[in-house]
Design a protein. Structure first.
Length: 186
């Protein structure tokens, strides 16, 4: 939660700064993440005739009573095939950074992850100010984490209080998945 208090004002500051100089900007939220009780906010800024830049923050703490904390940032460059950004189909390159601490069954995972992936999506205009967007992406996720079992002695994994990672690796992972509603400001 501490990270959200830092990340959210930075994201809002970025969005308010770009309002001054942007041709078009949209504020959006991912409905699938909201169903997972993960609040999220994204800003998309048109950067050219066929391109835009999307940045977002997300996080949760104990959704549905599950022992889990996640905070993350995601940035994406999008190329729109239609002559107008924020309309119809696009492809993109997305980067993801996240920190997490969660328990799944008897396993505890506490670490950080970064990822890079390709995305594709389609945006439907719901009027002058609203869009509905469907998207998905897949990529590689690198992680470094503390992994241990719930009932094990934590000190056996990290002797002398030396807290470091004991599990590192790469995974193929869905880097982005969602159905977003967006409000176009300008």
């Amino acid at each position: 939660m501490k990270h959200i208090k830092i990340i959210l004002p930075i994201l809002l500051l970025f969005c308010s700064y770009t309002l001054v100089s942007a041709q078009q900007i949209a504020i959006k939220t991912n409905g699938l993440m909201l169903l997972a009780l993960t609040p999220n906010l994204e800003c998309e800024l048109v950067t050219g005739e066929h391109s835009s830049f999307n940045v977002g923050a997300f996080g949760h703490k104990k959704p549905y009573g599950i022992d889990s904390k996640v905070v993350g940032l995601q940035a994406e460059y999008r190329y729109w095939f239609n002559g107008r950004p924020m309309t119809r189909e696009y492809i993109g390159v997305a980067a993801l950074g996240s920190t997490y601490d969660m328990q799944m069954r008897n396993h505890v995972y506490d670490g950080d992850a970064i990822g890079l992936g390709l995305t594709a999506g389609y945006s439907i205009s719901l009027g002058r100010k609203f869009n509905l967007e469907f998207y998905g992406g897949f990529g590689v996720l690198a992680f470094a984490q503390k992994f241990y079992y719930k009932y094990d002695n934590y000190e056996d994994y990290f002797p002398d209080g030396n807290i470091s990672t004991n599990s590192k690796g790469f995974k193929l992972f869905p880097t982005k998945l969602g159905i977003s509603i967006s409000y176009i400001i300008n």
